[in-house]
Design a binder for this molecule. Sequence first.
Ligand code: DOR
Length: 425
Amino acid sequence: MKLLIKNGRVIDPASGTDDTLDILIERGKIVDIKTKIDGDGPKIIDASRLVVAPGFIDIHTHLREPGQEDKETIHTGSLAAAKGGFTSVACMPNTTPVNDNRGIIEYILSEAKKSAVVNIFPIGAVTKGQKGEELTDMADMVDAGAVAFSDDGLPIMNNYLMRRTLEYSKLLNILIIDHCEDTNLSSGGVMHEGYYSYLLGLTGIPSFSEEIMVSRDIILAEKTDARIHIAHLSVKGAAELVREAKKKKLKVTAEVTPHHLFLTDASLENFDTNLKVNPPLRTKDDVKALIEAVKNGVVDVFATDHAPHTPDDKEVELDQAPFGINGLETAVSLFLDKLVHKNIISLQKFIEMISTNPALILGFENKGRICIGADADFTILNLRKEIIVDVNRFKSKSRNNPFHGWKLKGAPEMTIVGGKIVYPF
Ligand code: DOR
């Protein structure tokens, strides 16, 4: 029932804390935070030389259940999350059937209660069957537990429908997570349209397929005064549009994934289907602009877009393979190694973008912060730990991760959800 985390470097960007502190947990909540708390009774965790952060929240995960359990289940996805340092994940609705009604929300929540080791928050579909034709009953789904809405995997092509979506979301004060892609421009594409797609003879997806939709949705967000969160930002032009929107104080936020920050379209040269992702890996120039956007606050959130696919799905020609990268178990080490250890961003900023900000954007008042009364969800990091990514040791059911073999410094050491140690297992 009681847990005491001792001597950790506690970093809580919400309150500006960065200090060596003890934290006492009781019945799933933080009950005390002090320089020294006596450890008489509770189970003690020695966090000396470790960083204690508010639990990491992945705003963009595909758990595949119901319907595609060969790729991932709520149980295996939650194990992958725990190992990856995530205490909460918000799961996208492109399941089979699509999560477009109360019944599926209730199913996911009850399955999560039975088998998940981290908090699972369902994201409802904006349109029925994600067909982009008819809106779902968002109010009913919010009542059932949906924390946001998205047709992720697919855009909402119809401008009229997107307008109505934003109007309803404003009424309900719920977030729309926006997959920005003009399918008239991207259809048939397998990678970024540019030098490498011409070189490899592959059909390209132009940058402006994303830019046009980001631009449309910023205009609609302004006209409707609604909130939008741009998913998986991948191109420079889109980052510039978000920057302009923020300058105008519109309610626009954005996320970026590790693969869009640390890989480029040049890597497709070996035709590895594990690099096929939507939006596609872009150019060096885009990567540079995205890193700049992270540094200057244009991008608010780090998200994984964990998209598990089986070897059978991926061991086909590039044209035939589904889009997606399995990301929950590598994201944190990638960010620590490539951004924090390289002094591109501070550790505080990293934690802000993977915990504080997703909690704020999703409206989770008791998460993403370390204060008395908050949920006892923690990610404990070992900044010195060196790992070599090995997909064969994944807890996820799938292995489609292009970082296999990468040597990275910094990793989750322990994951605590509601005062319970869920990793190491
Ligand atoms: O690469 C992707 N995979 N992008 C998406 O938008 C959907 C996702 C999936 O569901 O596999």
